[in-house]
Design a protein around this ligand. Structure first.
Ligand SMILES: [Zn+2]
Ligand SMILES: [Zn+2]
Length: 210
């Protein structure tokens, strides 16, 4: 099953490489969200050849839990990662402080057929999506992903929604509005194991304590 998924991810990567000569060959790596958290989703030197002095092989990471978001979102993740690789090949700085996706990233992303949301203060143009106009060009890849993504990995227990009384316990989150961040207080079941909640003033997710 994971072999089939990785083959599909590779197939998408090859298509991107065919269209963009400066996106290097890379091997897909299915990892858990927990492993990926806080590290880059692309690395040019992660796979070292054994017993030879050949070049390291780059990898691109896809989170196994996020496969559940479906073919289009998975395609977005792969293309987003390819944009980072391309910027690296071109020696263009696309990330500031390791997380802020700057205008170089946005420009390269647009050329690759991604749309960027309004930039957030902390992450810049982090949130991308496959553009409606370019989606038809990816029909074949979306089909390949659709056939392969029959399963996704269950989130780790600490990421899963709380059970019993714990799910009604309120948790407070703070946004990044300056000078006065906004605070929201919600039952844990609306926060744990669910997607981020955005503040539409600062365009940042509310930060809830773990
Ligand atoms: Zn990124
Ligand atoms: Zn805010």
């Amino acid at each position: 099953m994971t072999t089939r998924i990785c083959e599909a991810l590779s197939c998408v990567w090859k298509r991107i490489m065919a269209a963009h000569a400066d996106v290097p060959q890379a091997t897909p790596f299915l990892a858990t969200r927990k492993t990926i958290s806080g590290r880059k989703h692309f690395d040019p030197e992660w796979w070292l050849p054994t017993g030879s002095d050949q070049q390291p092989v780059p990898e691109f990471i896809v989170s196994a839990e996020d496969l559940g978001a479906g073919p289009e979102e998975t395609l977005n993740t792969i293309v987003h990662t390819a944009v980072h690789f391309q910027c690296q090949t071109r020696n263009k700085i696309d990330l500031v402080k390791g997380c802020y996706h700057n205008a170089n990233f946005r420009d390269a992303a647009l050329v690759m057929g991604l749309c960027c949301e309004k930039p957030s203060k902390k992450y810049g143009y982090l949130h991308t999506a496959i553009c409606a106009e370019t989606a038809p060009l990816w029909q074949q890849e979306l089909h390949v992903l659709d056939l392969a993504l029959t399963h996704f990995r269950r989130p780790d227990p600490e990421e899963a929604p709380p059970q019993g009384a714990a799910q009604d316990k309120k948790v407070s989150g703070v946004c990044e509005c300056q000078p006065e961040p906004r605070t929201v207080s919600l039952p844990a079941r609306f926060v744990r194991g669910r997607g981020p909640i955005l503040c539409t003033d600062c365009n940042e997710p509310f930060d809830f304590p773990l």
